[in-house]
Write a protein that binds this ligand. Sequence first.
Ligand SMILES: Cc1cc2nc3c(=O)[nH]c(=O)nc-3n(C[C@H](O)[C@H](O)[C@H](O)COP(=O)(O)OP(=O)(O)OC[C@H]3O[C@@H](n4cnc5c(N)ncnc54)[C@H](O)[C@@H]3O)c2cc1C
Length: 421
Amino acid sequence: MKEYDIVVIGGGPAGLAAAYSAKENGIDNILIIERDNILGGILNQCIHNGFGLHVFKEELTGPEYAERYANLVEEKNIEYILNSMVLSVDENKVVTVMNEEDGIFEIQAKAVILAMGCRERSRGAINIPGYRPSGVFSAGMVQRLMNMEGYIPGKEVVIFGSGDIGLIMARRMALEGAKVKAVVERKPYSSGLQRNIVQCLDDYDIPLLYQHTVSKVVGKDRMEGVVLSKVDDKKQAIPGTEEFVSCDTLLLSVGLIPENEISRDLGVKMNRKTSGPIVGENLMTNVEGVFACGNVLHVHDLVDHVTMESNIAGKKAAEYIKMNKVDTSGKKIQLIPDKGVSYLVPDHINLSTLSDDVTVRFRVTDVYEGAYVDVNFDDELAIHRKKPFLAPGEMQEIKLKKDYILEHQNTDNITFKVEAK
Ligand SMILES: Cc1cc2nc3c(=O)[nH]c(=O)nc-3n(C[C@H](O)[C@H](O)[C@H](O)COP(=O)(O)OP(=O)(O)OC[C@H]3O[C@@H](n4cnc5c(N)ncnc54)[C@H](O)[C@@H]3O)c2cc1C
């Protein structure tokens, strides 16, 4: 059985950055395993720009960003295999992989970095009534079909869900000559980035219908249209508000699910809010030597944040290999999401593994203007940060200084909450 110090599962931006960082931190024996036929993950289908503003200080397209990291991996001679799917990892860190050439085989790892990204929620997950005609797609699937394989799935489109993929695909389809009739959102606000609403919908006169739902798919073999209804405060369709909109294509942009089947089977504990692993500030899961980063940990809006997070996972995995263990005997300070905050990553800080400032990433539960985010170390207010605009679709981050944490070692809980105006 081949042996590696670090096996990285997933060759998307998270896996590439984590592998590169582990190499930079002194580990040579690294393998990246990617199930697709190319490195770069979801970035390869994101041909729009807007990537890399933080990491490279320039605006790149998704494939350009992916290429930069793939080149770094090549330059550093980091080993990778494509078209190879990891099936499982066991408690001894034996990684079972399958590909066309070698069939099923095993690899022994000393540390594993989980970087499998996420997948889209499908129609089955949201139960829209009606037949199952062709023409219903997830937005990311159509993005791949159009941008990588050269197919346009339809000419008259309704998009359900105002997440970033839906917004970006509205613009993409409009640019290719399709008529995008509406983007439909059940909530009173978008779950995508504000900049995408402006650049992808407003600039193309595409209407965004808040507090509406797709209450029926019409058509038997091919879609003929959808029935849209207004929704009440509980997001239920209001009878009598139905309106038929003809279209041949419905794109669903109704959320992403971190791909954690492998993690769960391995015994990694999950955060119910993020559907990703529970990790400490070193991004290690409850399974010693197993780290997680990127969309498999929690869904990110910006790849730059994925890269920065994954740098830490790679560095910490490298430290683990060098020391051959992790001392987790230190005091554990719990991070707690309070009023207006839906989750926090990491979940806790362990004083014996703390080596740097800690970037805490989180999402809020509602839209707030002119609010403050308060961070309390037990009862002591540590940070009172003004945030002109907060929305669930925009991930937030606040850095906790290592020195401050060490000066407040007796703290049991660090609480994050939104103080609305
Ligand atoms: C439509 C869309 C638009 C976006 N637009 C922007 C933007 O404008 N600007 C921006 O900064 N960010 C944007 N993002 C966000 C950014 O692209 C993602 O956050 C980032 O790609 C996540 O990186 P990742 O490596 O965690 O996941 P992914 O990119 O999904 O990579 C995960 C990789 O793991 C592989 N994998 C999964 N399971 C296995 C397995 N069992 N075995 C082997 N390999 C496996 C997958 O094939 C994949 O290659 C966008 C994302 C999407 C979806």
